[in-house]
Ligand binder design. Structure first.
Ligand code: ADP
Ligand code: MG
Ligand code: ZN
Length: 615
C-alpha cells in the first residue's frame, strides 16, 4: 500500500524527542545521581583523616582524588569522598605510611567508543523501538487507519476473489438482483448499450430496512462484475480532522476514475448525505462539505467512462434532494423485507452450511417468520445449529428451528425465573384468552403454539399465530379482528379473576398502534374517510409517524382510536364469557403442560362440551 512511506515520517520525530530527553538526562540527572553519594571535602581534611588512619583506599583520577573511609559504628559500610587533586609530591609517601591501598584509575579502560554507544546509541535504539511499538498500537486502535496520512481515502480495492460472494448467495430480492445485473452487464460489454446511445445510470441507491441484504447485494455485485470494486462506509468519511471528509471523497473518486471501469460502493450513505439545513450556523459544517464534494464529484465524471456508484441506506427520506436528482443517485433499488418465498429461499441458502434432519419443513418456518429480515433468518438457522450442538445432535431438526424462531423473536427461555403459582395461572388465562379470541375471529391466523415459559425478552408467555398464506392486503375486518385478539389476554383476566394485571402492556401498545394506523393512515374509520392524518417519517426504521392535522382533529382522532379499541375489547370479553368453560379447561391444560401446540389447542376447543366444573 502507498501508506507505507507515510508511516516512517513520525518515527523521526520520535527519535528527535528521544535524543532531546537523553541529552537532558546526561547533562543533569545522571551526574546528580552519581554525585549525590560522594561528599566533597578539602585537602586538609583528607590529610588529617589519612594520618588518623580512617582512610581505607584511595584512587587518583584525572583531577580529583576519590577515597573511601570507614563509617563510624558500622564496619561493613564505607563512605566515599572526593577531594580536588592537589600538587603534593609527598602524597605517595604519605599513602605508604598510612598503609592504604591506592592506585590510579585507567581512564582508557572504558573506550570512548563503548561509552558513547552505551550512553547515546543504546537508549536511542530503545526509544526508537518503544516509539515504533506505541505507533503500531495506535494504528491498530485506529482500525488500521493512519491519522497522519492526510487526505488519503481508506477505500479498499476489492477484486472479484476477495468478497467471494455472488448473486447466488443472495436469495429472494429478484428485482434488486435484476437491476444490479444490468449494471454488471454494462460494465462487461458497454458497446451493447452505447451503440443505441444509452448511457448507464451513474448511481444506484439500495434502500430498505436493516438486514435485508443491501450490503450483501453490493458485495455480490463486486463478485460478479469482474472490475475493481471500491467500498467505503459513510461513517469513514467522518474524520478526526476538519476537511478530511471532503479530501477523502476527492481521493476516492480520483482513484476510481483511474481504475475505470469500476464500481464504488458507499454503505450507510445517510451518515454524510443528510439533508442540509439552512439555519444560520451549522454545527455540521464538516458533513456538509463532504456532501458538497460528493455532489461535485458525481457531476464531474463522465457516465460513459464506466464508474458506477452504488450506495445503501435505510433512511432514504433523510437524504438530501440534490443527491437523488437525475444524474446522481437517480436509480432507486428497493430491497424490502422478504415475502414467504423469499424467506424460504433465504433459509435454504443459509441451511446449505448446516446438516439438516429429514423432518425440516422450511415452508412452515417461512410462514412462522412473517416480517423478519434476511439477517434474522440467517440468525435463526445459526441458533438452531447451536441448539443442536448443545443437545449433542448431529443434525438440525424442525424442533431446533422452531425453538430458534422463538429465541430470535422473544429471547431465550428463562428456565429458573421464579413465578408464583397464582401468577402462573393468570398468565395461562391471559394466553388462552388471546388464542381463544383469535380462534373465534373469522379469517384470523390459526394458533400454532401457546406457551407460558418466560423468555429473556421479558415476555411471560405468548401465543404464536401462523398464517396459512401470506397476504399483502389487510381488510378492515381483519385489522379489527387483530385488535380483538390483542385485547383477548386482558379480557380473559377480567373474565376469570374480575380484575387485571400489568401483563397486557405490550398488547396495549400494539393494539393502539394498529388502531391508530387504521384511523390516521389506512382510512378505516367512519368519521375521517380517506383523509391522511399522519405521515410516516422513517418507514424502514420502526416507522414513526408524525401527526399532520389540527389540534382539535387530533383529539377527535384519539376519541376514534379509543372507541375502536373499546369495541374490540367488548367483543373479546363477550366471546370469552360465552366460552367460559373452554377458557377454564384450556387454561388448566396449559398450566399443566406449559406449552401446547396448535393442534392440541384445536382438539380441545372442538371437543364436545365438558361437564361444568368449578375452577
Ligand atoms: P443490510 O441490508 O442491513 O446491509 P446485510 O446485507 O448486512 O443487511 O445483511 C446481513 C446478513 O443477513 C447477511 O450477511 C446475510 O447473511 C443475511 N441476509 C440478508 N438478506 C439476505 C438475502 N436476501 N439472502 C441471503 N442472506 C441474506
Ligand atoms: Mg448494511
Ligand atoms: Zn398478551
Amino acid at each position: 500500500m502507498k501508506d507505507g512511506q507515510t508511516t516512517k515520517k513520525p518515527l523521526i520525530y520520535y527519535a528527535l524527542i528521544a535524543i532531546g530527553i537523553l541529552m537532558l538526562l546526561n547533562a543533569f540527572v545522571f551526574p546528580m545521581m552519581l554525585s549525590s553519594r560522594i561528599t566533597e571535602v578539602d585537602y586538609g581534611t583528607f590529610l588529617t583523616w589519612l594520618e588518623e588512619g580512617k582512610v581505607l583506599e584511595v584512587q587518583k583520577e584525572e583531577n580529583e582524588i576519590l577515597f573511601a573511609t570507614k563509617v563510624e559504628g558500622d564496619d561493613s559500610k564505607v563512605a566515599i569522598y572526593s577531594v580536588v587533586a592537589f600538587e603534593d609530591a609527598k602524597l605517595v609517601d604519605r599513602l605508604l605510611d598510612a598503609g592504604v591501598k591506592f592506585g590510579q584509575v585507567n581512564t582508557s579502560e572504558s573506550s570512548p567508543l563503548i561509552s558513547f554507544l552505551l550512553t547515546w546509541v543504546l537508549p536511542g535504539v530503545f526509544f526508537y523501538l518503544l516509539g515504533m511499538l506505541l505507533f503500531r498500537q495506535m494504528q491498530k486502535m485506529n482500525g488500521g487507519r493512519n491519522a497522519m496520512s492526510f487526505g488519503k481515502s481508506n477505500a479498499k480495492v476489492y477484486v472479484q476473489a476477495e468478497t467471494g460472494i455472488s448473486f447466488s448467495d443472495v436469495a429472494g430480492q429478484d428485482e434488486a438482483k435484476e437491476a444490479l445485473m444490468e449494471i454488471v452487464d454494462f460494465l462487461h460489454n458497454p458497446k451493447k448499450y452505447t451503440q443505441i446511445g444509452a448511457s448507464l445510470p451513474k448511481g444506484a441507491l439500495l434502500v430498505g430496512p436493516p438486514g435485508t441484504g443491501k450490503t450483501l447485494l453490493a458485495k455480490a455485485v463486486a463478485g460478479e462484475a469482474k472490475v475493481p470494486f471500491f467500498s467505503i462506509s459513510g461513517s469513514e468519511f467522518v474524520e478526526m480532522f476538519v476537511g478530511m471528509g471532503a479530501a477523502k471523497v476527492r481521493d476516492l473518486f480520483k482513484q476510481a476514475s483511474e481504475k475505470a471501469p469500476c464500481i464504488v460502493f458507499i454503505d450507510e450513505i445517510d451518515t454524510i448525505g443528510k439533508k442540509r439545513d439552512n439555519g444560520g450556523f451549522s454545527a455540521n459544517d464538516e458533513r456538509e462539505q463532504t456532501l458538497n464534494q460528493l455532489l461535485t464529484e458525481m457531476d464531474g465524471f463522465d457516465g460513459k467512462k464506466g464508474v458506477v456508484i452504488l450506495a445503501a441506506t435505510n433512511r432514504p427520506e433523510s437524504l438530501d434532494k440534490a443527491l437523488l436528482r437525475p444524474g446522481r443517485f437517480d436509480r432507486r433499488i428497493p430491497v424490502e423485507l422478504p415475502d414467504l418465498n423469499g424467506r424460504i429461499a433465504i433459509l435454504q441458502v443459509h441451511a446449505k452450511k448446516v446438516h439438516l434432519a429429514d423432518d425440516v419443513d422450511f415452508e412452515l418456518i417461512g410462514r412462522a417468520t412473517a416480517g423478519t429480515s434476511g439477517a434474522d433468518l440467517a440468525n435463526i438457522i445459526n441458533e438452531a445449529a447451536l441448539r443442536a450442538v448443545r443437545l449433542g445432535r448431529q443434525s438440525v431438526t424442525q424442533e431446533d428451528l422452531e425453538e430458534s424462531i422463538e429465541v430470535v423473536m422473544a429471547g431465550y427461555q428463562r428456565k429458573n425465573a421464579v413465578i408464583s403459582p397464582k401468577e402462573k395461572k393468570i398468565i395461562a388465562y391471559h394466553e388462552i384468552g388471546h388464542a381463544l379470541v383469535a380462534a373465534r375471529q373469522p379469517g384470523a391466523a390459526p394458533v400454532h403454539k401457546i406457551t407460558i415459559v418466560p423468555r429473556t425478552s421479558g415476555a411471560l408467555g405468548y401465543t404464536l399465530q401462523v398464517d396459512e398464506q401470506e397476504s399483502v392486503l389487510m381488510t378492515r375486518e381483519e385489522a379489527f379482528a387483530r385488535i380483538c385478539t390483542l385485547t383477548g389476554g386482558r379480557a380473559a383476566e377480567e373474565t376469570k379473576f374480575g380484575s387485571y394485571t400489568s401483563g397486557a402492556s405490550n398488547d396495549i401498545e400494539q393494539a393502539t398502534k394498529l388502531a391508530r394506523a387504521m384511523v390516521t393512515r389506512l382510512g378505516m374509520s367512519d368519521s375521517f374517510d380517506m383523509m391522511a392524518l399522519e405521515t410516516v417519517t422513517n418507514q424502514y426504521l420502526g416507522g414513526d409517524a408524525a401527526l399532520s392535522c389540527a389540534a382539535d382533529t387530533a383529539s377527535r382522532v384519539d376519541e376514534e382510536v379509543l372507541a375502536l379499541i373499546k369495541r374490540a375489547h367488548e367483543r373479546a370479553k363477550n366471546i370469552l364469557s360465552r366460552e367460559r368453560e373452554k377458557l377454564d379447561a384450556l387454561a388448566n391444560y396449559l398450566l399443566e403442560k406449559e406449552t401446547i401446540t396448535g393442534e392440541q389447542f384445536l382438539d380441545m376447543l372442538n371437543a364436545p362440551a365438558l361437564a361444568p366444573q368449578n375452577a
